[in-house]
Each structure stands twice: as structure tokens, then as C-alpha cells.
Design a binder for this molecule. Structure first.
Ligand SMILES: O=C(CO)[C@@H](O)[C@H](O)COP(=O)(O)O
Ligand SMILES: [Fe+2]
Length: 220
């Protein structure tokens, strides 16, 4: 389950997505934020862009759906080429069915939790998922300040995963930088999304490696 770094293309140049994907060639994943202006107050991209990016990028796509009705849309993102599809548990009417559809189509399935959503009500369905994404900002925008109030939830999620003997990754998303990544790794996260920290850096690939080293050392 090693440490993995997933730069968010929300902070990339949308007219140069292929080049900006190549600028983070050391990354394990490309994190793609899909926003519908209903679940969150922002609008980004959808299936056609994911389909093109999946062909153009060397890294697998980690699609984070911040949309209403993921029950209807999530499986389509696997068909478009995503290797991991995350939907918000707050927006999903049938999370078990949706996770099973994602997995049946060959991708990893993940549930995302907003900062005020607890993990405990979902303990019994954890085994349906490959990953839990814990938001460390309110979803909708890049460049926000990390909410350290979310860190205990990382630890509680890691404890629940261990209690059930599951092989589930924990991804953290929002305000992750060289200043905030270590406390998340220490608490049990192993997949780290970083948008502004990576794409605002002079050398995005070097920042990927810096984040990887900090997280690896902190998780020991
Ligand atoms: O899902 C989201 C925002 O809703 C994220 O993936 C952001 O894109 C992360 O950006 P930074 O906080 O790292 O700048
Ligand atoms: Fe995201």
C-alpha cells in the first residue's frame, strides 16, 4: 500500500492538460476534479475531457466526482478511462450498487467524505471500497487552507480499516503541501492529492518528490 502522490489538475492550465500531466511524470496518479455546480459551487469538466486525458496522459486517472447523482454518472467515468472513481457518499443514493458497478467495470471504487461527514456510519460498507477520500477542505476549489480538524478522522478511518483487516487506501485532498502532509501521513493516509502546492511550484516534479519523501518518512 505505499505512499502515492496524486497532483490535482484543477491547478493546471486547462488549455494545456497533456503538457501539464507530463510536467508531473513522477506522480503515481493524476487527480481529476469533476464539479457540476450543484454538489459544489463550481464547474470544471466532464466525460469528454476525461476520455481525452486518459489517452494523452501516462499516469492513471484518479477521478474525484463532486457531482449530484453519482449513481447515474460514476460508471461512465470508468468507460471514459479512469482507473479510480471516487464519489461523495453525501450525494449517493445507492453506494453499494454504485461501488460494485465501478469495480465490475474494472476500476477502483472510493467514497469521499466532506469535512463534517463522519466515517463511522459507513463502517459496515467499507469492504465495498478500495479507498476512502477524506476531504481536508470544503470541496469546490483549489488553493484553500488545510483544515486540521479533519486529522482525527484519518486516524479513526485507519483504525476501522485495520479492525476489519481490509486493504483500503486512505486519500487526503485539500490544502496538502510540504507543511501539512506529514501530520496526515502520520495519522494513516497513504495517497496525497496536491494541486496548488505542485502546480505553483517552480519545478512540479521536484515538489512531487519532496511530498513523497516527507510522507514516507512521517509514515514510518
Ligand atoms: O477536490 C478538490 C477541491 O474540491 C481538490 O482536489 C483540489 O484541487 C485540491 O487543491 P489544493 O487544495 O491542493 O490546491
Ligand atoms: Fe479532489
Amino acid at each position: 500500500m505505499g505512499i502515492q502522490i496524486a497532483p490535482s489538475i484543477l491547478s493546471a492550465d486547462f488549455a494545456r492538460l497533456a503538457e501539464d500531466a507530463a510536467a508531473v511524470s513522477n506522480a503515481d496518479w493524476l487527480h481529476v476534479d469533476v464539479m457540476d455546480n450543484h454538489f459544489v459551487p463550481n464547474l470544471t469538466l466532464g466525460l469528454p475531457v476525461v476520455e481525452s486525458l486518459a489517452k494523452a496522459a501516462a499516469q492513471p486517472l484518479d477521478c474525484h466526482l463532486m457531482i449530484e447523482d453519482p449513481d447515474r454518472w460514476a460508471p461512465g467515468y470508468v468507460e471514459a478511462g479512469a482507473s479510480s472513481v471516487t464519489f461523495h457518499i453525501e450525494a449517493c443514493r445507492a453506494p453499494i450498487r454504485t461501488a460494485r458497478e465501478i469495480r465490475a467495470k474494472g476500476a477502483r471504487a472510493a467514497m469521499a467524505l466532506k469535512p463534517a461527514t463522519p466515517i463511522e456510519p459507513y463502517e459496515d460498507i467499507l469492504s465495498e471500497f478500495d479507498m476512502v477520500l477524506i476531504m481536508t477542505v470544503e470541496p469546490g476549489f483549489g488553493g484553500q487552507k488545510f483544515l486540521d480538524v479533519c486529522v482525527p478522522k484519518i486516524r479513526r478511518t485507519r483504525d476501522l480499516v485495520a479492525k476489519h483487516g481490509l486493504d483500503i487506501w486512505i486519500e487526503i485532498d485539500g490544502g496538502i503541501s510540504a507543511d501539512t502532509i506529514e501530520q496526515c501521513a502520520e495519522a494513516g493516509a497513504n495517497v496525497f492529492v496536491a494541486g496548488s502546492a505542485v502546480y505553483n511550484a517552480d519545478d512540479p516534479n521536484k515538489m512531487v518528490e519532496t511530498l513523497r519523501t516527507l510522507a514516507t518518512n512521517a509514515s514510518k
